[in-house]
Design a protein around this ligand. Structure first.
Ligand SMILES: Nc1ncnc2c1ncn2[C@@H]1O[C@H](COP(=O)(O)OP(=O)(O)OP(=O)(O)O)[C@@H](O)[C@H]1O
Ligand SMILES: [Mg+2]
Length: 365
């Protein structure tokens, strides 16, 4: 899959930006605060319908405008597709594929991206929510129905929390209703747990090898921190049992304490938990291996090669990791890289790259 062009209107500081992306490697150079991340964010937005930086779409509208627009042309399995998204102050959204109105579910299927930014390098230091977000995003690009399941699970979980809070306030407790919520959580939640475990096992196989090459000797292990079992029946049975066991605790705390919204991913290097023992460089190596594996696994499972978006990440890696990253990018993978300057890139690499400069939200060749 390749992006051919991108157009932004009143998107953050990019008032009217047109970018020809018809190249496998694109480098966007600019000083701080010029709009480099904004461009990558807008491309990511087209693929996820959310920003990696904020959950408030309103923030993406330029300060002096009422509405932003993103349009892109891309080619996928030899077919050209155009996508268009707009959002205004009245919260009206317009989504179009080839000029025809589309549902978010279909829209998200068009463009696939893997974003690797400096914040991702902190994945291991981040919260369990950060790690679950990474995992969920990767899975939803492979199984389109996964997103819906996640939202369904979240909706029931929030209803259950409200129910528990109301029950504590009023002192009247409808046990049958709690059982209904729990039953629904088990059905949707077990599926989420199952898919997360399966995905992590698959990505682990690829990541271990990449990690070994970068680190030379170290052994990576990835574990999903949930011991409900491996097959869906066991997961459902154990999930149900734990909900029953911790019912009193949930009532006391007025919140759902059991389920995939509490799970985490644990990384080990040579048997030691990476969050606790690994150096910063070792943690970065894990993330690098993980991101490149994500690219491979999405390609393998969907037949579509995602677009790799590297936001300022090279500057944060040492020579060995920089080289590994640049050499591992398959020549067919369209890669859009932002950086403050070109010094980090070897002449050999720059030879085949389309280079743009961005200043104050405007680009030039
Ligand atoms: N809604 C908005 N309207 C107008 N400007 C905005 C809006 N949101 C962000 N900006 C501005 O866009 C500018 C560019 O931001 P961006 O994050 O893309 O910078 P960058 O080039 O990636 O810089 P850095 O190298 O520091 O990461 C910033 O000055 C920011 O304040
Ligand atoms: Mg930036």
């Amino acid at each position: 899959m390749k992006l051919l062009g991108l157009e932004l209107k009143n998107y953050r500081n990019c008032l009217d930006l047109r970018l020809n992306l018809n190249s496998d490697k694109v480098l966007i150079i600019g000083k701080n605060a010029q709009g480099k991340t904004n461009i990558l964010e807008s491309i990511y937005f087209l693929s996820a319908l959310k920003s990696p930086r904020t959950s408030n779409i309103q923030e993406l509208i330029n300060f002096n405008s009422q509405k932003f627009e993103i349009s892109a042309d891309l080619v996928k399995s030899d077919t050209e597709i155009s996508v268009f998204y707009s959002y205004d102050n009245g919260k009206n959204k317009e989504l179009k594929i080839n000029g025809v109105k589309s549902k978010p579910k279909d829209f998200k299927q068009v463009l696939k991206t893997v974003l690797f930014s400096t914040t991702d390098l902190l994945l291991l230091r981040g919260t369990p929510q950060d790690r679950r977000d990474w995992l969920d995003r990767a899975i939803s690009q492979i199984y389109p129905a996964y997103d819906e399941r996640l939202s369904k699970y979240d909706k029931i979980r929030i209803q259950k929390n409200n129910f528990l809070k109301d029950a504590a306030k009023t002192g009247s407790f409808n046990k049958t209703l709690l059982d209904v919520y729990n039953e629904q959580l088990v059905v949707t939640g077990s599926n989420i747990i199952f898919l997360r475990k399966k995905f992590l096992q698959e990505i682990e196989k690829i990541a271990v090898e990449k990690h070994r090459i970068i680190s030379e000797t170290e052994a990576l292990k990835i574990e999903y921190d949930n011991n409900f079992g491996e097959n869906i029946e066991d997961i459902a049975e154990n999930f149900k049992a734990e909900l029953e066991e911790r019912k009193q605790e949930e009532m006391r705390r007025c919140q759902a304490c059991v389920g995939p919204h509490r799970d985490d991913i644990i990384f080990y290097i040579n048997g030691n938990e990476a969050v606790k023992y690994a150096s910063q460089g070792q943690q970065r190596t894990i993330v690098l291996a993980l991101k490149l594996s994500e690219l491979d696994i999405i390609t393998e499972k969907t037949g579509d090669e995602p677009i790799l978006l590297l936001d300022d990440v090279l500057a944060e890696l040492d020579d060995i990791r920089q080289n590994y990253l640049l050499k591992s990018i398959n020549s067919n993978t369209q890669t859009i890289i932002t950086s403050v300057d070109t010094v980090l890139f070897e002449d050999e690499f720059l030879k085949d790259v389309k280079i743009y400069t961005i200043e104050n939200g405007c680009v030039r060749m």
